[in-house]
Design a binder for this molecule. Structure first.
Ligand code: 9UX
Length: 69
């Protein structure tokens, strides 16, 4: 199976932010699934991709994030 990455994302305050974050993550090369939980701010991403690439994409999109385990 493909790796699962989890990120703690800052700045998501409504469902629109969640949609934006999911779209940003899905746009990264190698990502096959991305979903975010608004209540916790945790995004889960499945795909053959480096976690750092996800962090870079989110930062560029205005949502700072850190990788969590
Ligand atoms: Mo909702 Mo997020 O109106 O920037 S989309 S707060």
């Amino acid at each position: 199976s493909q790796p699962l990455h989890r990120l703690q994302v800052q700045g998501a305050t409504c469902g629109g932010c969640v949609k934006s974050i999911e779209q940003i993550l899905k746009s990264v090369s190698g990502v096959s699934e991305a979903s975010m939980d608004l209540a916790t701010g945790i995004a889960s991403v499945v795909g053959i991709v480096e976690a750092d690439q996800l962090v870079v994409a989110l930062k560029r999109g205005g949502f700072p994030a850190v990788v969590i385990r």
